[in-house]
Design a protein around this ligand. Structure first.
Ligand code: ADP
Length: 780
């Protein structure tokens, strides 16, 4: 369609009807205002001339100073013509003067103000007898007209380009006449082409109504009603093009004219295709919806804090986590801190400040108090954004209700505690029957039975009881380790002593398997600090493992070397080795390698875990290496060297029994088999023994029997071992007596209590009679 068919429309730069009408009015004023016509008449015969009054204002210069000569007026006029036009005009004028005629001349003149003006002059030369008589010129300043024309053309072009670029179209509806005039862009937008761009308002042939998406068709009435109320209003709706494409349109309606009663009469619509934007918005909306769903399914709330303005935004789920609603609570940084449980608040504030200062993501768990007084566990993860100057500007993240998880964790910890307690109780209870078995074996030995079968049986029982006692000790140690109740002696030690002790313990097992054990120690003494028994236990454990996991006749090497501030003690074997992937597991509690299970010889998989714990308690570390299955293993224990000046070496207490002497001994235990069997063993050794089966009886017996040594069980009826001890100590004859507590409980707490009650020693069941004898007072 030709642009000329369409009425000029308001500028797209300002779509308000008021602005539109102003620009229209402005343009038409310039175009249609009667232009100023100036005239000049020169009498070519008389040489006189005159101009109309407005000549100077139209031409931009006056001719007053020019004298009457007609030629000179011509020259003066020509001098005002700009150079580029002058020759052409001079030629045209000459021709006119020769022939006499009327011509329209266009030229540009320069005024006194130095501005150029485009003049259109109709020049007539009147001739008499082929001679020029008069010249009359009527000039019109056409600069303004040209400018407006050019501006209009330009603005029209710009307007159309803008419509095209913005995928916009316009049309004008005359509600009273029932007609619609479409611009070509408007029709392109709707995908139709109407002859002359003419459409029909209302009825079956309303092309606009027909194009409307059925769901939005009702809007047409609404928009027309709106036009009756306001001059400019926004509109957004869907149309369906003839090819079936759905297009979202958005734009404005502008009322260009109203009926005398104020109803909208001419309505200009400018709409743009915003389908892509709507799709993008829709996709964004869906994405946001999905994110919200995911957050809400995960019981997660989001927060976003503008740090500079202290404006905090919470998602609905965050309110739910805190048990609050947007109506009752406006989140602020201070407000949130106040919701944190008083016990966690300091930590919360500190960690929040640290995270900002150290530019670290924030991840913490704390409790919040809900309005109903209940405490909710919350996990808080956030991140801070900084501006170019490094100032924190924004913090955002998620908040999650983790109360259930916390309760489950607590239940797990409780179950774990119960398991540890159970293991400790079990180990304790299992010790009790071991005592009489060991005593019975000792009895067998004392009775001097030499029947090889009896001797074999006795040895088997003795070895198995020792092994069982060892396992139970380990179990108790582990339970103590996990409860953090392991207290070590802190003594000056020599590395050589530790190694000696360890070899002493492991030797029988190493020898039994026919392994060759080599030992390399540094030449200079190496001082350590710690608990001799426990360190020896660690090394002996490694030696016993090396013996266990190496086929008979293997090689075991124990080597210690000083490395910097520490000593590295290596136990190496050429046994079955360990797969690389299993290496980290073997130090875990109950960590056993499946392929080695066949050889574990009754291990529980706690030896290495215990060794690791013990080494760490000594400020050291332990590591395992192996080149793989069949390649042997190597365990290295690193311990810090004690660099402090050493006191004269304390003598290692003798492990052998005291000089044989006769003692009076009282054995008190409510388990009769324990008391009786131990009594029998000591009687066979030549000592005088009395027994008691409860605490009160023990005190009475001690009074009557006056033993050198009283061995008291702690958990006795009527009077427990502690109180029995106290009562005995309170007597004159009991003050100097050797009192030994016997118990299945080897916890440090128990040892402290027995010491406080007045016991001299504390021995664990099952009791080794030889070791017990070593605690008896020395006879001069
Ligand atoms: P246990 O020996 O009672 O099973 P440990 O904690 O002492 O428990 O050892 C854990 C596991 O490490 C063992 O079951 C075994 O699989 C592996 N292991 C320990 N020492 C060696 C070794 N010297 N050679 C090969 N495997 C070993």
């Amino acid at each position: 369609m030709d642009a000329g068919d369409v009425e000029p429309l308001p500028s797209t730069r300002d779509a308000s009807p008021a602005a539109a009408s102003a620009s229209e009015t402005g343009a038409s004023q310039t175009v249609t205002e009667p232009a100023a016509l100036a005239s000049i008449e020169v009498d070519l015969v008389a040489g006189t001339w005159r101009t109309s009054e407005n000549f100077a204002s139209v031409a931009g210069f006056a001719l007053a100073s020019v004298d009457g000569s007609g030629r000179r007026v011509g020259d003066a006029l020509l001098a005002r013509v700009v150079e580029r036009d002058r020759e052409r005009i001079a030629t045209a004028v000459r021709a006119l003067l020769e022939d006499g005629a009327t011509a329209t001349l266009r030229c540009t003149v320069r005024g006194d103000d130095c501005l150029e003006r485009a003049l259109e002059a109709v020049v007539s030369v009147v001739m008499t007898d082929r001679r020029p008589l008069k010249a009359i010129a009527t000039a019109l300043d056409v600069s303004a007209g040209r400018r407006v024309e050019a501006t209009l053309r330009e603005s029209e072009a710009r307007y159309r380009a803008a419509l095209k670029a913005g995928r916009m179209g316009s049309w004008e509806t005359d509600l009273r006449a029932g007609t619609r005039r479409w611009s070509s862009e408007g029709m392109a937008l709707f995908g139709f082409d109407l002859p002359g761009g003419r459409g029909i308002v209302g009825g079956d042939h309303d092309e606009y109504q027909a194009a409307m998406h059925p769901d939005d068709r009702h809007l047409v009435k609404r928009l027309h009603a709106l036009a009756d109320e306001v001059d400019s209003f926004p509109a957004e709706y869907r149309i369906v093009r003839p090819d079936g494409t759905l297009v979202w349109l958005s734009g404005r309606g502008l009322v260009a004219a109203r009926t005398p009663d104020g109803k909208a009469q001419r309505l200009i619509s400018i709409m743009a295709d915003v389908t892509e934007r709507r799709h993008a918005e829709e996709a964004l909306r869906k994405e946001r919806e999905r994110l919200n769903l995911a957050l809400s399914a995960g019981q997660m709330g989001a927060f976003d804090l503008d740090i500079r303005d202290d404006v905090l935004w919470w998602s609905p789920q965050t309110y739910a986590v805190f048990g609050l609603t947007p109506e009752t609570f406006t989140p602020t940084r201070e407000g949130v801190a106040a919701l944190v449980h008083p016990d966690d608040r300091r930590m919360f504030l500190q960690r929040r400040a640290d995270s900002i200062a150290q530019r670290q993501p924030l991840a913490l768990e704390f409790r919040v108090l809900r309005p109903d007084g209940s405490a909710t566990w919350v996990s808080h993860r956030g991140q801070v954004e900084y501006d170019a100057a490094g100032r924190p500007v924004r913090s955002f993240g998620i908040t999650m209700d983790i109360t259930e998880r916390k309760h489950a964790e607590e239940a797990l910890r409780e179950a774990d505690r119960q398991k540890d307690d159970f293991i400790a109780t079990l180990a304790h209870e299992l010790r009790n029957p071991l005592a009489p078995i060991r005593n019975a074996v000792e009895l067998l030995r004392r009775t001097g039975q030499c029947d090889p079968q009896v001797v074999w049986c006795r040895d088997v029982i003795e070895r198995q009881v020792a092994q069982m006692a060892h396992l139970l000790d380990d179990l108790l140690d582990v339970s103590r380790m996990t409860h953090g109740q392991f207290h070590l002696r802190d003594e000056s030690l020599q590395l050589a002593t530790v190694v000696e002790r360890a070899i002493e313990i492991a030797q029988p097992i190493v020898e039994a398997a026919g392994h060759a054990l080599s030992v390399e120690l540094p030449e200079q003494p190496v001082a350590l600090r710690g608990d001799l028994t426990r360190l020896a236990q660690v090394i002996s454990n490694l030696l016993i493992n090396a013996a266990k996991y190496t086929s008979a006749g293997g090689r075991i090497r124990l080597a210690a070397a000083v490395q910097g501030d520490g000593v590295a003690i290596t136990v190496q074997d050429n046994g079955i080795g360990i797969e690389e992937r299993q290496l980290p597991r073997i130090f875990e509690m109950f960590g056993q390698v499946e392929s080695a299970l066949g050889r574990s010889q009754g291990g529980l998989g706690i030896g290495l875990s215990l060794a690791k714990g013990l080494v760490e308690l000594h400020g050291g570390r332990i590591e395992a290496r192996s080149a793989g299955l069949g390649e042997g293993s190597e365990f290295v224990v690193h311990l810090p060297i004690d660099r402090r000046p050493q006191a004269a070496d304390a003598p290692v207490p003798p492990v052998t029994a005291n000089t044989p002497a006769r003692y009076r001994l009282l054995v008190a235990d409510d388990v009769r088999e324990i008391a009786d069997s131990l009594a029998k063993v000591f009687e066979l050794m030549g000592h005088t023994v009395a027994v008691a089966y409860d605490g009160e009886e023990a005190v009475r017996r001690v009074d009557a029997f006056r033993p050198d040594v009283a061995l008291l069980d702690l958990g006795m009826p009527k009077l427990n071992g502690y109180d029995a001890c106290r009562q005995i100590r309170a007597t004159a004859w009991g003050r100097g007596m050797t009192l030994i507590a016997q118990t299945g409980w080897g916890q440090d707490e128990d040892r402290r209590r027995t010491r406080e009650a007045g016991f001299d020693h504390h021995v664990l069941k099952p009791i080794d009679p030889g070791a017990l004898l070593a605690l008896f007072p020395r006879r001069p």
